[in-house]
Design a protein around this ligand. Structure first.
Ligand SMILES: [Zn+2]
Length: 128
């Protein structure tokens, strides 16, 4: 079950930049060997793993209806997921940067403290 989940992806249609309409575009290249299994959300349990199966699938009535309504029902969720993914990566990078900066800050504070202590010592010494 877990292996299937790792090797499968959700199929997403492509937007036609000429008219903004969602169209089906085969996710596989002609000679692709290690193909990913795509699950299509037009129907529960629907998936394909080859060009042939893909081409057959997109001709089904359910799929045609689904792609027609993709913009209305699914686009927002897909966009949101893409945004979440991008933001998660950004957060991860910022957290790493922040840890590095915190460490640098600790080192600098330590150096400053040493410097201040040195100066205090110098002041005492000088007053004598
Ligand atoms: Zn479908």
């Amino acid at each position: 079950m877990l292996i299937v989940a790792i090797n499968s992806q959700i199929y997403k249609p492509t937007i036609d930049s000429n008219n903004g309409i969602y169209i089906d575009k085969c996710p596989y290249s002609f000679h692709e060997r290690k193909r990913i299994v795509y699950d299509c959300r037009c129907k529960a349990g629907c998936s394909f793993d080859s060009r042939g199966k893909f081409n057959q699938h997109i001709k089904t009535k359910t799929h045609k209806e689904w792609i027609k309504n993709y913009d209305k029902y699914y686009k927002e969720v897909d966009d949101a997921q893409t945004t979440i993914k991008e933001l998660t990566i950004k957060v991860e990078k910022l957290m790493r940067k922040n840890s590095k900066l915190e460490l640098e800050n600790d080192i600098l504070l330590e150096k400053l403290k040493e410097k201040e202590e040195e100066e205090e010592f110098y002041d005492c010494d000088y007053k004598k």
